[in-house]
Design a protein around this ligand. Structure first.
Ligand code: R5P
Length: 333
């Protein structure tokens, strides 16, 4: 919090910036508030029939209003709750409404993979655009979806935080691996952040089975992994099929060890069992999605927080300063 003080006085900040959060991830929202030195109001309750009952009590007047809400499960409720808070703020006269979506659900449905499918990501963006004039996200599956929004969109990355979490045990035998072709750029970025000079990331050739939703196979490797300690980097772990298949393939090809870093840990279905029974040594994820007790207690999983970078982005936006020049958010690589 200390380094924010010089941007704007605390008293002025309390009057000009108000934080609300839906119920998708209260620990992260509270932690963002703590980093900013501001309270967070959670205004979503339920009517007896389970419809959301929203009422804002903070004094919002001419403030910038921030709504923090991941659109993870239950996706539709989380999306509509963010909209209801946005609507209440606009009806109270607020001009600047910003939605912070640490995990942006539906982002993987960013194009038609078969005829007669919707582009679901753009539907969700249009829904949010009715109530918010700025969007802040962390490690979108693909930044191409931002084009569906006609306003400023700040795409943050947890990669520097994830790289700091493993930096102390990285040596020349480490190699970064992308578990699919789409993640190659991310793997290159992570290689630079870890300062693994003269090392090119390896890419897994992954194929999805179009007839079974969520099932993929790791078919081959582009690069040599023999005697290497591999670090798979991905944007998200959902069923964990991608990372466990990749880990097995890496070990089959002579890798010495495999660990994983990923921003969003969804752990759907049997993901935790798959991970427990895989050669993956350990996993580092960020806290963009609420953590179940099973995840918190899993000895293979370590969680780091994106609260400092989100708080920093909110603070800079509020001070009308550019995010792109901030070394905390975008360190030089
Ligand atoms: C896919 O392109 C993504 O980057 C992730 O690799 C994928 O969504 C992970 O899903 P799962 O854990 O179900 O394999």
């Amino acid at each position: 919090m200390e380094r924010f003080r010089n941007l704007i006085s605390e008293e002025r900040l309390r009057r000009s910036l108000v934080l609300f959060a839906g119920n998708s991830n209260p620990p992260l929202a509270s932690s963002i508030g703590a980093h900013l030195g501001l309270p967070v109001e959670f205004p979503v309750d339920s009517f007896p029939d389970k419809e959301s009952n929203v009422r804002l009590t903070s004094n919002i007047g001419k403030a910038d209003v921030i709504v923090i809400q991941s659109t993870s499960y239950p996706q539709e409720k989380n999306i509509i709750d963010a909209q209801l808070i946005g609507d209440a703020a606009i009806r109270a006269g607020v001009k600047n409404t910003i939605v912070v979506v640490p995990y942006f659900g539906y982002a993987r449905q960013d194009k038609k993979s078969q005829p007669k499918e919707p582009i679901s990501a753009s539907v969700i963006i249009r829904d949010l655009a009715m109530y918010f004039n700025r969007i802040v996200t962390v490690d979108l599956h693909s930044s191409s979806i931002t084009t569906a929004f006609n306003g400023p969109w700040d795409e943050l990355t947890a990669l520097p935080i994830l790289s700091n979490a493993i930096r102390q045990d990285v040596n020349k035998d480490n190699l970064v691996v992308s578990p699919d072709k789409g993640g190659t750029e991310r793997a290159m970025e992570f290689t630079k952040l870890l300062r693994l000079k003269n090392t090119e990331p390896v890419t897994v050739y992954k194929r999805r089975d179009p007839s079974i939703k969520g099932v993929s196979k790791a078919l081959g490797l582009m690069g040599e992994v023999r005697k290497k300690d591999c670090i798979i980097v991905d944007d998200m772990i959902d069923t964990a099929g991608t990372i466990t298949n990749a880990a097995r393939l890496l070990m089959k090809n002579g890798a010495r060890s495999v660990r994983v870093v990923a921003t969003h840990g969804l752990f759907s279905g049997d993901a935790l069992d798959l991970i427990d029974n895989s050669p993956i040594d350990h996993i580092v994820i960020a806290d963009t999605v609420p953590r179940s007790d099973k995840v918190l207690l899993n000895p293979k999983i370590k969680i780091v927080s994106v609260a400092p970078i989100i708080a920093r982005a909110i603070r800079l936006n509020h001070a009308r300063k550019p995010l792109s020049e901030d070394p905390t958010l975008y360190p030089e690589t």
